[in-house]
Ligand binder design. Structure first.
Ligand code: MN
Ligand code: MN
Length: 307
């Protein structure tokens, strides 16, 4: 069901904001990745501008694997006019062969395994509870808008290319759901119900167990994102708080960026961030966000309704 009053144009606009939000969070957070909050304070007081650097020595505005893998999924859907897991795996393989500056160990293992064996589903592993599948959920959320069953199917399929763990699956699905609800204009209590459901099904996510760690463990990653998303009132404030928590800051930034981008997407983003963000990424995100929304069940329904 398409929410009343939502137009295709509006949905596309918010989807673009979500994609840009992901890239901005990645580019902003890369500077403080693997630092502790105290180290960040000492170096920057508050880190609030896209300046590059960090352990990867990035040029200002450059993005990392979080955005690049999301673009891989989006390109594969675009090329196939729909879901194509094999196409996604091929894009991941091509990306890995291009020797990207940043690849998580679990992602590298999963993609290498696909290159060697052609297998598109990793077996379950206790070590797969990282955030690598959740960080690339945005294109999945856009393409499956309006169909919960499709969201679940595509989430699990793309996740299991590299990560096969119930906490990664549940976390990825929650991120997808949050993005979708935010795009459709849900209010904060509605968004928070997704978090409550996740916590009731997997107690580990519960925020009473949150100790301020922002590691790549999916539980700590999402606790960090939720804590700051629900504790702030704007895109800018949310992202600044998240990346100043350090840890896996580019990824917490990317995930917070896609959710906050969808939620606050009607307002313009900070000018310095938009100006610095890699121009090629900006352009591709802009085009692919519209394409994915138009391919989605909700996009198709709006297209028909609006003639
Ligand atoms: Mn990264
Ligand atoms: Mn990261």
């Amino acid at each position: 069901m398409t929410p009343a009053g939502l137009t295709l144009e509006h949905l596309i606009h918010r989807a673009r904001s979500a994609f840009l939000g992901l890239a901005i969070g990645d580019a902003l957070g890369a500077t403080t990745e693997f630092l502790r909050p105290a180290e960040i304070r000492q170096k920057y007081k508050i880190h609030r501008r896209i300046i590059g650097g960090g352990w990867l020595h990035l040029k200002p505005g450059k993005v990392t694997d979080d955005t690049e893998m999301s673009l891989c999924i989006a390109r594969a859907i675009d090329e196939a006019d729909g879901w194509n897991l094999h196409g996604i795996a091929e894009h991941f393989a091509k990306w890995l062969r291009s020797k990207p500056i940043d690849v998580g160990a679990t992602c590298r293992r999963g993609i290498s395994d696909y290159i060697m064996t052609g297998r598109m589903e990793k077996p379950f592993s206790d070590w797969d509870a990282g955030n690598g599948a959740a960080m690339r959920m945005l294109p999945v959320a856009l393409y499956t808008l309006g169909d919960d069953v499709l969201l679940e199917q595509c989430t699990i399929e793309q996740a299991h290319l590299t990560h096969n763990h119930p906490l990664s699956d549940a976390g990825s699905l929650a991120v997808g759901k949050l993005v979708q609800l935010a795009l459709a204009g849900a209010d904060r209590p509605q968004l928070h119900s997704v978090v409550r459901k996740l916590c009731s099904e997997h107690l580990k996510f519960h925020c009473k167990h949150y100790r301020g760690e922002a590691s790549a463990y999916i539980v700590e990653t999402l606790q960090t994102v939720f804590h700051h998303f629900f504790g702030t009132g704007s895109f800018e404030e949310c992202l600044i708080e998240v990346v100043n928590q350090g840890g896996d800051a580019d990824t917490t930034g990317a995930i917070a960026g896609m959710i906050a981008g969808a939620h606050y997407g009607d307002a313009p983003f900070p000018r310095q961030w938009m100006k610095k963000l890699d121009a090629k990424v900006k352009k591709e995100a802009f085009v692919l966000a519209e394409r994915l929304v138009r391919l989605s069940p909700m996009g198709q329904e709006l297209l028909r309704a609006e003639g």
